[in-house]
Design a protein around this ligand. Structure first.
Ligand SMILES: NC(=O)c1ccc[n+]([C@@H]2O[C@H](COP(=O)([O-])OP(=O)(O)OC[C@H]3O[C@@H](n4cnc5c(N)ncnc54)[C@H](OP(=O)(O)O)[C@@H]3O)[C@@H](O)[C@H]2O)c1
Length: 239
């Protein structure tokens, strides 16, 4: 398939590399391809410049967000920074129309000015916004009614999402939610190709609220395991 990954961050790269390894034609979206290729410094997470990643993954095509979305034949993964995702995706609504958009972003506000900060090994815990009565997944679906949004992948590091068998032989749970049955089926098939066997459909997209709010618990479990920068673990719904 021609699959598009919107984003050049660490999570997006996990999908790009795995999809290419599975034989898909992968198109990657960024704000400004020339600017992205000109970067020479690692980002705040220590992720190496995208040009270095591309050198190790020949055949990957880098485009603007819009051109990358247009190149997909039906499946697009959203790895745009959550706080900026609605605006960036709204600008390419026409190129995304009719397609399945799997959203794993978290709408974090970094370095928040809050009354009771949560110090972490890497700074103050970001604030989630929206929360409780809305979610990023729902915001994206409302902004792009012609797109089939599925919230998935968000409760794990993307390196684990694309290779679940590296944890407990793959015996852990992946969650999906969305309002379009065919898009959830497409997402399930992709997850099975990644190696997932326990995929729990939580139901409508409103369940993205719970999936996104789990982000803090994911960080807390990582700290408890002594894994400060991203966690290499899974969670299992035992039933
Ligand atoms: N990494 C993981 O394992 C993981 C796990 C669960 C959830 N998440 C969430 O998923 C999202 C993506 O994570 P990630 O690690 O793949 O990448 P990231 O570093 O959080 O985001 C990088 C992407 O966001 C784009 N971006 C940043 N500011 C922007 C703006 N103002 N307008 C438009 N685009 C903008 C960047 O565009 P350029 O390409 O132009 O620089 C880049 O493609 C985040 O919300 C993250 O919290 C990540």
């Amino acid at each position: 398939m021609k699959i598009t990954v919107l984003g050049t961050g660490g999570g997006a790269r996990a999908h790009i590399a795995r999809l290419a390894g599975l034989g898909h034609e992968v198109h990657v979206g960024t704000r400004d391809p020339q600017a992205t290729l000109a970067r020479t410094e690692p980002d705040m997470m220590g992720t190496v410049p995208f040009k270095e990643f591309l050198a190790e993954h020949p055949g990957i095509e880098l485009h603007t967000f819009g051109d990358a979305a247009a190149a997909s034949d039906g499946l697009v993964i959203n790895g745009i920074d959550g706080h900026n995702a609605v605006a960036a995706l709204s600008a390419i609504a026409d190129e995304l129309a009719g397609k399945t958009l799997i959203d794993y972003a978290v709408s974090y506000i970094y370095n928040p000015d809050v009354e009771h900060p949560w110090p972490t090994p890497w700074g103050i815990m970001p604030k989630l916004e929206p929360v409780d009565t809305d979610s990023l997944g729902e915001q994206i679906q409302r902004a792009l009614p012609g797109v089939k949004v599925v919230k998935a992948f968000v409760t794990q590091e993307q390196s684990t999402v694309v290779n679940p068998k590296t944890i407990g032989g793959g015996d852990h749970t992946m969650f999906i939610a969305g309002d379009h049955a065919d898009a959830k089926q497409q997402t399930t098939e992709l997850l099975k190709s990644y190696g997932w066997s326990d995929i729990l459909d939580l139901g409508p997209l409103v369940c993205a609220r719970g999936m996104e709010m789990y982000a803090h618990m994911h960080s807390a479990i990582g700290f408890g395991l002594g894994q400060q920068f991203g966690g290499h673990f899974g969670i299992k719904v035992v039933r």
